[in-house]
Design a protein around this ligand. Structure first.
Ligand code: 2M8
Length: 430
């Protein structure tokens, strides 16, 4: 069967009458950034109904203050025993802002919605403008939430490793050492019984830390002001910032297309905010731990995410070129030398089969692809596109891939892998 057809089948299989689960067994609800990527896939299939519904169901979980949680627990009663943490753990109702109609988590994920919505619209041959007009205020509210509560000149703070989407990346090792005593929660986990190899998943200690942070957030009643003053995990994150800034641009363009006034931020100097003056890396940009006042260097593709926005200098683009040349050379013995691992194989922190500590993820590589193409670095974007399509064709629609052998790992029939393949199959004009 053709790659396109296989991808479409996966999305149809994971569709749940209004939203799409990331994978059948492991993740039974709607996830925030997964949904953004998935909606793009439906648009690439010209399935306008599913495209809108995916986004509308996501927005059902939005809080009154604009915050968009990372999990929307649709059909919560049916699946509550199948995933941990379930909705009760979050107790989101302690915030007066949480919706009553559906239960949600109390943390976010990279704010991909505005960017994904606009990218999806570009795929659709025609679309219902009134439906866009109805959705845009929620998107604008989400962007305002970030602008007003998480932002410092375009550098966005995240409050939990899960907010990064890269849950157990070594990026969080240092800040997690400073969150105080850990509570024991890991005995409640459900994920380990659903995977073939538990060593690919985060450790028990990771889970204890994740849930201890949730306890802290509840103590702050999920109130942004209280969190900012008292909460022990606050990291300025490049990926979240990239999607926020790209989202500001997407939102402004969509608003203008419908003659809606826009007040998105344009005066951002966010690349400077992440510049580590002590680093001698080719790309000397790192996440920043606000609570412990420390940059968090790691050999990983983080510094490439700036490309998603308009706000990059020519000097930076040259640095990117050099960086990618070096990367290709170092990867030359592996089967997919232009794909980026979540942690590079030459890092001391690299674990090739463990989730966000080494494996290659399609959404990360697709994000880098979009940025490179946007800035005309097509020599590299073409290679990434070809290799994403090749690895998925050869290995299957996996959640992530072993960077050395290329083997597919984690959940099979993974929704965002299918959706982003559909995007790339349509995106042929280099
Ligand atoms: C993974 O995260 C969830 C928690 O949010 C989990 O491990 O249970 C991450 O890969 C995250 O980025 C992704 O959105 C989610 C669903 O695919 O799974």
């Amino acid at each position: 069967m053709e790659l396109r057809e296989r991808a479409q089948q996966i999305l149809n299989m994971n569709w749940r009458n209004g939203y799409t689960v990331p994978s059948q067994k492991l993740y039974p609800f709607q996830w925030n950034w997964d949904s953004g990527f998935i909606a793009i896939g439906y648009a690439a299939m010209q399935n306008e109904q599913y495209f809108w519904q995916e986004i509308e169901y996501l927005i059902k979980g939005q809080w009154q203050n604009g915050f968009l949680p990372h999990i929307i627990y649709h059909n919560e009663e049916k699946y509550r025993d199948q995933y941990f943490p379930n909705a009760d753990v979050w107790a989101s109702s302690i915030s007066g802002d949480a919706p009553e109609s559906v239960k949600t988590s109390g943390i976010a994920q990279p704010p991909v919605l505005a960017f994904a919505l606009q990218r999806g619209l570009r795929h659709l041959q025609s679309y219902d403008q009134e439906r866009l007009r109805t959705i845009l205020p929620s998107v604008a509210q989400l962007q305002s939430f970030y602008r007003n509560t998480r932002n410092s000149q375009g550098a966005i703070s995240i409050y939990h490793p899960w907010e990064s989407g890269m849950d157990n990346s070594p990026l969080w090792d240092f800040p997690l050492q400073h969150i105080g005593e850990l509570q024991k929660w890991h005995h409640l986990r459900r994920d380990l019984e659903k995977v073939d190899d538990p060593s690919m998943r985060p450790t028990h200690k990771d889970y204890d830390a994740y849930l201890t942070l949730v306890d802290h957030l509840k103590t702050c009643n999920y109130d942004p002001e209280t969190i900012r003053k008292k909460y022990p995990f606050q990291v300025k994150d490049i990926l979240a910032s990239a999607f926020f800034i790209a989202g500001e641009q997407s939102l402004a363009e969509m608003q203008r297309s419908l003659d809606i006034p826009t007040n998105t931020a344009t005066d951002v100097d966010w690349q400077k905010m992440f510049h580590d003056p002590t680093s001698d890396d080719t790309l000397p940009y790192h996440n920043y731990d606000v609570c412990n006042r420390k940059f968090l260097p790691l050999e990983c593709p983080y510094a490439l995410f700036f490309l998603l926005t308009d706000h990059v200098s020519d000097q930076y683009k040259q640095q990117v070129n050099t960086f990618l040349q070096q990367h290709q050379q170092k990867m030359s013995e592996y089967p997919y030398p232009n794909l980026h691992a979540s942690v590079y194989p030459w890092s001391a922190k690299f674990v090739p089969n463990c989730y966000w500590k080494g494996p290659m993820w399609i959404n990360i590589n697709w994000t880098i692809y979009c940025g490179l193409k946007k800035h005309g670095l097509t020599k590299w974007s073409t290679k990434i596109r070809e290799q994403i399509l090749k690895i998925v064709d050869e290995q299957g629609f996996y959640e992530y891939f072993h960077p050395i052998s290329g083997e597919g790992l984690g959940a099979d029939n993974f929704s965002w892998t299918a959706a982003l393949v559909l995007d790339l199959l349509n995106d042929t004009n280099e």
